[in-house]
Ligand binder design. Structure first.
Ligand code: C5P
Ligand code: ZN
Length: 471
């Protein structure tokens, strides 16, 4: 194994510098991303500042635009703290008093006038990628933010569970049997604080809030042959195992089952999938949040993250942040967002399938949703489609949706392609810049915005780049 200890040490040193900068600031503007990772990151930053008694405000952005760059560069607070965003546009910022806690692939262009003395300037860039640590798997934006928060005050480990939700929200747990790398420190901190119980279980969505039948029926990652999309077969699955679907007239959820019942069901599902990649994805570490009530959806990290995502994608990140900051009454507002989110995602999936929008080229597959799918959810839809039979796992998925400022592009790929050399962040960045747009992200999930008339040229460039990367 590579000895990464030097990298971790360098990463922590940068977090330490950043912690000093935060502590000496009198006023701070926090800017964070609108997804679950961003909302937990923004909440960690805000709670940390509140505990220090530092005047601050928090805003949420879905991406870094020219306006965001301008507002950062002209900001007069002592410090602008950008979470889960910003690394990809690092060279654009001129603000002195800038902290970025992010895990997106950093922009490697030098800032104008940048020198090695930057280490001593008022710019702090806490990103695992900078230190040879894989930010797509080992640490999220909330995780990087948490690392600074913990440096500021070791008592902030009571915020570790938020960083864990951020990592799960970015699917960092699903690359292997559970969270790894620096994320493991976060799991340990959250466990020690009594906020999270890691356990081995099915990694299907809805352990707390879905009825038993829907829990299997709506599973799409992995798909369960014969069970996904068939409520009838799911009912039979449980009755064959002598597991009752309801108790005292109330539907049972997966987490209502006894350990023995769970074991029977898990064994049968693993048999069904055999020794496959799907079976490894099906069963692994999950994270229960014991301090939240049963059935609320806040008791399971994946469900908690989905609630936050559904707030952010509908311009309501603030409601998500209220929940993270302990205001459980905000859950009602979040439920409204969630219901809308669920409806939109499901109709978007149907829309792509029924209108046969999927197109295939030699090295990529793509669809153009036009104005029928919101640009903020098209990436989620693209990711979900990758696990269905309308798509091919072996090809990166590119999705287009109309946006106010051009065409929004979302790109998703199976990790096996990344292992063969694919880096969607680089593809999106280069192809978008080639046609006059901008983009970035992670190796498995990235995005871009391009001018309206450049779709074909963009696709050609994407295909060229992908064909060069993947061996
Ligand atoms: O929007 P979507 O979910 O497809 O974004 C996937 C990833 O790509 C996110 O992490 C997002 O921050 C990043 N992205 C980016 N620049 C863009 C669009 C998306 O860095 N213009
Ligand atoms: Zn993130």
């Amino acid at each position: 194994m590579r000895d990464l200890s030097g990298n971790y040490e360098k990463f922590h040193r940068e977090a330490e510098r950043a912690a000093q900068a935060v502590k000496s600031a009198k006023s701070v503007l926090v800017i964070s991303h609108i997804d679950a990772d961003g909302i937990t990151a923004g909440s960690i930053a805000s709670l940390t500042l509140e505990r220090l008694g530092i005047e601050h405000s928090t805003v949420y952005e879905d991406k870094i635009t020219e306006e965001v760059v301008d507002s950062v560069n002209s900001n007069t607070d002592d410090l602008v703290w950008i979470c889960d965003l910003g690394s990809g546009y690092f060279s654009e910022f001129t603000k002195e008093g800038l902290l970025i806690t992010d895990h997106h692939v950093p922009d490697t262009r030098k800032k104008s006038g940048q020198t090695t003395l930057d280490l001593f300037s008022g710019v702090y860039h806490v990103n695992p990628h900078r230190f040879g640590i894989d930010g797509s798997v080992e640490l999220s934006g909330a995780g990087a933010t948490y690392m600074v928060s913990k440096q500021i005050d070791p008592r902030n480990t009571d915020l570790a569970y938020l960083a864990l939700i951020g990592a799960v929200g970015d699917f960092q747990d699903s690359e292997g049997p559970g969270l790894t790398g620096l994320n493991r420190v976060i799991v340990d901190d959250a466990f020690a604080a009594g906020d999270v119980i890691p356990e081995m279980d099915l990694r299907l969505f809805g352990r707390e809030t879905r009825g038993l039948v829907q829990f299997l029926q709506y599973s799409n990652d992995p798909e369960l042959p014969g069970l996904s999309n068939s409520s009838q077969n799911c009912v039979k699955f449980y009755s064959d195992l002598d597991i009752r679907l309801a108790k005292n007239g109330k539907d049972r959820s997966w987490n209502d089952l006894s350990p023995a019942e769970k074991e029977r069901a898990v064994d049968k599902l693993i048999d069904l999938l055999g020794d496959s990649d799907a079976s490894k994805r099906l069963y692994g570490e999950v994270y229960t949040l014991p301090n939240f009530d049963k059935g609320t959806g806040l008791r399971d990290a994946k469900e908690f993250a989905t609630i936050l995502n559904s707030c952010g994608r509908y311009e309501d990140a603030e409601t998500g942040m209220r929940i993270c900051c302990g205001d459980i009454t905000a859950l009602k507002d979040a439920e409204r967002n969630r219901a809308e989110h669920r409806k939109n995602i499901s109709s978007a999936l149907t829309y792509v399938k029924e209108n046969h929008l999927m197109r295939e080229r030699r090295f990529i597959q793509y669809f153009d949703a036009g104005d029928s799918i919101r640009d903020t959810v098209v990436g989620i839809v693209a990711g979900m489609l990758l696990n269905t039979d309308v798509a091919k796992k072996g090809l990166p998925m590119i999705a287009f949706a109309d946006a106010d400022d051009g065409i929004k592009v979302s790109a998703r790929a199976d990790r096996s392609l990344v292992n063969r050399g694919l880096n969607l962040s680089e593809v999106m960045k280069k192809a978008a810049e080639f046609v006059g747009g901008f983009g970035g992200g992670h190796s498995v999930a990235a995005g871009a915005t391009i001018p309206r008339d450049k779709k074909e040229e963009f696709l050609d460039t994407v295909e060229d780049l992908v064909s060069c990367q993947v061996i």
